[in-house]
Design a protein around this ligand. Structure first.
Ligand code: ZN
Ligand code: ZN
Ligand code: FE
Length: 756
C-alpha cells in the first residue's frame, strides 16, 4: 500500500436514509482525514473519498461497526476512481437520479431517544417541547410523501426553520444535522387540546388539564405518531368501561402503556429478552404474562396483556404530570375501521364525547402500533406496523414489478422492488368500506413512493376476497395462490428457502383447491407447487361464518360426529347448559348439509375445545376462543389424547371423547387445554416423521394464524428440533394473514420465472 493519495467511490444501500447516516459519514471521514463528498440518492448513499489508501480502508472497515443504531447497511460497493483533489469533505445536496430501479430504504418511525429527552429539559428553545427529535429519533414513515427523504418531501414542509434550528440543521457536528423533522418551541408543530368547546395551546396547561381528566376517570383522544389513540387510567374501572363503550369493543384485552420499567415490573412477569424488546427503538406492544393486573375491565379474564413503554416525548411529559402509572393506550377507531389519523375526523367523531388532543403536523401514512410476543427468546410479530414498516424483507431472488394483494381479514399487501419485498403496514379487515378505501389509497401511495409500476399481480384463490376482486379489476397478468401455500411460502421466503420442505400450516380459514375450507394442513412443497400430504379431517361448520363467531356450534358438530344422537346423554356442563331447541336445529343443519361448509381448519378445532370447556361459547372478538384456551395452559402438564390418522386424514373424534371423559372426571380445564395442545404437537411430529421417512425431507416450516399461540409454536418447534428436524419460523413478519402477501409475492416470482 503506497502513501499516495487515491480516490474511492463507495455506494451504500440499505436503511441509510433518515437515520443520521450522512453526518456519521462526515464525522468518520474527518477522523481519517479524508476529503470528498457524501450524497443521499434514491439509489443509496454515494460517498467519494480521497486520501491515503490505508485511511480509506480503515474508514470502510469501520463503517458498519460504527453506523447509527437504527441504520441497516445492506450492501457496500467499492470502486477505485481517478484521483480527484477535493477541497474538503462535504455533504452535497440530494439528487433524484435513480440508477436502474433501485430505491433506498425509508426508515420506520423511531421512538424518542435519551439525548432528546435530556435536551427537553436543558435546551432553552426546546424546554418542554413535545416534538423534539434528532437524526437518531422521531417520525419518519408517517410523515414522508416522496423520496428522497428531505424536508420538502415530508409533512414538515409547512414549518420553516427558525434561525437556531436552521443552524443546527446545517451544522454537521450537530445531532440535528439534516434531521428532517427538526423543530423547536419557536418554529415547529404544537399541540392543541380541544376541551369543553375551547382550545388550549400552552403545553403546561394542556398537561395539567389532561392529567386532571385522567385522574378523575376521563377518556381522552390523543394524536400519536401514526394515528389517534384513546387513553385513560388503566386502573380505573369506570374509565375503562367508558373507553370500551366509545370504541364499541366488548371483549378484546386493551393495550397498556406503562410509565417506566419499574411500573412494568410491578404488574407483569417479564423476561430479560422481553424487557430488551419492549425497550427497543421500535417500541412494540409486547404480550406479557400477568396475573396481578387488578382491573378486569382491561384484561377481561386473560392472564396476559399487551404492554408498551412511552415512545413520544409527550408520553414522558404526561407521565411526569399525572399520578396514573398505567394508561390504556388503544387505537381510536370504530371496530374494524382503520385508525383515525386526521384532525377534522377525530374532532367530528370524538369531539362531542371526550377531549381531543391534536397537533398541527399532518400524518401522511397512518400506522398502528406493532404487536409481538417473545417465544424461544425471539420476537414473533402479530401485527407489523409502527417501527417496522416500511423496512423491506430482503430476498435472494427478484420480485421486481410484482404486487401481492394479501388476505381479507388481516390485510397487508406487498410490493416487489428488485429483490426486496416491501410489506405494507397493517391495513385491517377489507370487508369494511373505510378499510377498503385505505387499502386502495395505500397501494397507490406505495406505487408513488417507490416508483413502482406492477407488471404482475398475485392474489388469494378465494373468489370473494375483496383483495382478489381488486386484483381482478386491475388490467394485469394475474396469478392466484392457494391460501396455505402462500402461508408456507411466506415463511420460506424470509428464511431464504426455495427447495422442497415440509409445511405445517395451522390457520383459521382459507379457500382450498377442492372448494372446501382448509387450515389444518401438512404440505410438501416449494415456491412453485405443493402436495397436500395430510390434513385435519373435515368437519361440518353449521352456519358457516356465524359458527366462527359462535364456537359452541362447532363443539356441537364435533360431539355429534363423535357420538351421534347419544351426545344428548353426555353429562358435561356444555351439553347440560345447551339450549335443546337450538341444538336440535344445528343437528338438522348438519344432517341435511344445509349451510354447513366443511372445514379442516385448526382454528375450528381450537374453537370447539374452547367451547366444550365453556371458556368461550360465543366470541366477542376475532380468535377469542383459541386465545382463552391458550391462556389457561399449565406448562407442567405432559399428558396427550388419542387421535387417528386414516388415509392421511387426521381424526380428532377420539380426542374429543377423551376430553369429554376428562371433564366428567373433574380434571382441571388447564390440564385439559394443555393435553389438547400436546396432542396437536404429537400429531404434527408424527406426520413430519412420516413425511421424512417417505420423502427424505428434513426441513420444516411453520405458519398460519394458530402459531400466534405461544405454547403451540414454542413446544412444536422444540419437539421437532429434538427429533432432528431443521425448523423454520417467521422472524420478520406475522404468521397470521398479515404475512400472507410475502408468500404470494414469492410464489408469483417463481411462477413467472418458470414461464420465461
Ligand atoms: Zn433524538
Ligand atoms: Zn426552531
Ligand atoms: Fe390464513
Amino acid at each position: 500500500m503506497s502513501d499516495d493519495k487515491i480516490t474511492y467511490k463507495i455506494r451504500i444501500t440499505g436503511l441509510v436514509q433518515g437515520v443520521g447516516f450522512r453526518p456519521f459519514i462526515y464525522r468518520l471521514a474527518k477522523e481519517f482525514e479524508l476529503l470528498g463528498t457524501v450524497d443521499n440518492r434514491n439509489d443509496g448513499v454515494i460517498i467519494y473519498v480521497s486520501g491515503a489508501e490505508k485511511n480509506i480502508i480503515n474508514f470502510i472497515e469501520l463503517l458498519p461497526q460504527k453506523a447509527p443504531e437504527a441504520s441497516n447497511i445492506e450492501d457496500v460497493k467499492i470502486n477505485k476512481e481517478v484521483f480527484f483533489n477535493f477541497p474538503d469533505f462535504r455533504i452535497v445536496k440530494s439528487s433524484n437520479n435513480a440508477i436502474k430501479n433501485e430505491i433506498t430504504e425509508i426508515s420506520p418511525d423511531i421512538a424518542v431517544c435519551q439525548d432528546c429527552l435530556t435536551d427537553m429539559k436543558s435546551q432553552a428553545h426546546r424546554k418542554g417541547y413535545s416534538f423534539i427529535n434528532c437524526t437518531h429519533c422521531g417520525p419518519r414513515f408517517t410523515i414522508i410523501r416522496d423520496l428522497p427523504y428531505d424536508r420538502p418531501m415530508t409533512t414538515m414542509e409547512s414549518f420553516s426553520l427558525c434561525n437556531i434550528c436552521q443552524k443546527e440543521y446545517t451544522d454537521v457536528n450537530d445531532r440535528r444535522f439534516h434531521a428532517q423533522p427538526v423543530a423547536c418551541n419557536n418554529c415547529g408543530p404544537h399541540y392543541t387540546l380541544h376541551i369543553d368547546n375551547t382550545e388550549v395551546e400552552v403545553i403546561d396547561d394542556i398537561l395539567k388539564l389532561i392529567a386532571g381528566k385522567l385522574e378523575s376517570g376521563g377518556v381522552i383522544a390523543s394524536k400519536g405518531i401514526g394515528g389517534y389513540n384513546l387513553i385513560c387510567d388503566a386502573l380505573n374501572i369506570e374509565a375503562t368501561t367508558k373507553l370500551r363503550k366509545s370504541k364499541h369493543r366488548d371483549g378484546k384485552p386493551l393495550a397498556l402503556m406503562f410509565k417506566n420499567e419499574k411500573v412494568l415490573l410491578k404488574y407483569t412477569e417479564i423476561s430479560k429478552s422481553e424487557l430488551n424488546f419492549i425497550n427497543s427503538w421500535r417500541r412494540p406492544i409486547v404480550i406479557l404474562k400477568t396475573d396481578k393486573f387488578p382491573n378486569k375491565m382491561v384484561t377481561n379474564g386473560f392472564n396476559s396483556i399487551g404492554a408498551l413503554l412511552p415512545y413520544m416525548p409527550f408520553h414522558y411529559q404526561l407521565f411526569e404530570r399525572t399520578k396514573c402509572e398505567v394508561l390504556v393506550y388503544t387505537s381510536a377507531n370504530l371496530s374494524g375501521e382503520p385508525i383515525i389519523k386526521d384532525n377534522d375526523i377525530a374532532l367530528k367523531l370524538l369531539g362531542s364525547e371526550m377531549p381531543v388532543l391534536s397537533y398541527n403536523r399532518v400524518i401522511y401514512n397512518r400506522v398502528d402500533d406493532s404487536v409481538a410476543f417473545i417465544a424461544n427468546n425471539t420476537p414473533r410479530l402479530i401485527r407489523r406496523s409502527r417501527g417496522y414498516v416500511p423496512s423491506p424483507i430482503r430476498l435472494h431472488f427478484s420480485v421486481d414489478g410484482i404486487l401481492a394483494c394479501g388476505a381479507e381479514l388481516v390485510n397487508c399487501f406487498c410490493i416487489g422492488r428488485t429483490s426486496q419485498a416491501i410489506i405494507s403496514q397493517h391495513i385491517g379487515d377489507l370487508k369494511n368500506a373505510e378499510t377498503l378505501e385505505f387499502y386502495e389509497e395505500s397501494i397507490n401511495r406505495y406505487k408513488q413512493l417507490y416508483k413502482f409500476e406492477p407488471k404482475m399481480i398475485v392474489c388469494d384463490l378465494h373468489p370473494d376476497y375483496l383483495s382478489s376482486r381488486y386484483a381482478d379489476s386491475q388490467d394485469l397478468p394475474i396469478y392466484k395462490v392457494q391460501h396455505h401455500h402462500a402461508h408456507m411460502a411466506s415463511v420460506m421466503a424470509e428464511n431464504n428457502l426455495s427447495e422442497k420442505v415440509i409445511g405445517i400450516i395451522m390457520d383459521g380459514t382459507g379457500y382450498g383447491t377442492d372448494g372446501k375450507i382448509w387450515g389444518g394442513e401438512y404440505f410438501i412443497g416449494n415456491l412453485v407447487s405443493f402436495e397436500r400430504f395430510s390434513h385435519f379431517a373435515y368437519i361440518p361448520i353449521p352456519g358457516g361464518d356465524i359458527a366462527v363467531k359462535e364456537p359452541w356450534r362447532i363443539a356441537l358438530s364435533y360431539l355429534y360426529n363423535a357420538y351421534g344422537e347419544d351426545y344428548k346423554k353426555l353429562t358435561i356442563p356444555f351439553v347440560k347448559n345447551m339450549q335443546t331447541l337450538k341444538a336440535d336445529l344445528i343437528v338438522q343443519l348438519i344432517n341435511k348439509k344445509l349451510n354447513c361448509p366443511e372445514s379442516s381448519a385448526a382454528g375450528r378445532l381450537f374453537d370447539a375445545v374452547s367451547a366444550l370447556l365453556e371458556l368461550c361459547s360465543v366470541s366477542s372478538f376475532h380468535a377469542e376462543a383459541p386465545m382463552r384456551l391458550e391462556d389457561i395452559i399449565d406448562e407442567e402438564e405432559r399428558g396427550i389424547y388419542n387421535f387417528d390418522i386414516l388415509d392421511g386424514k387426521i381424526s380428532f373424534l377420539n380426542t374429543i371423547k377423551d376430553i369429554v371423559c376428562d371433564i366428567d372426571n373433574n380434571i382441571s380445564k388447564s390440564k385439559i387445554s394443555t393435553r389438547f395442545h400436546n396432542t396437536i404437537i404429537e400429531v404434527s411430529s408424527e406426520i413430519c416423521q412420516q413425511i421424512r421417512k417417505e420423502n427424505h425431507i428434513n426441513k420444516v416450516v411453520m405458519s398460519g394464524g394458530s402459531f400466534q399461540n405461544k405454547y403451540l409454536s414454542t413446544h412444536l418447534e422444540n419437539r421437532l428440533l429434538d427429533l432432528g428436524f431443521e425448523v423454520y419460523f417467521h422472524k420478520q413478519i406475522p404468521a397470521n394473514d398479515g404475512g400472507l402477501a410475502l408468500g404470494q409475492l414469492a410464489i408469483g416470482a417463481f411462477i413467472s420465472q418458470d414461464k420465461t
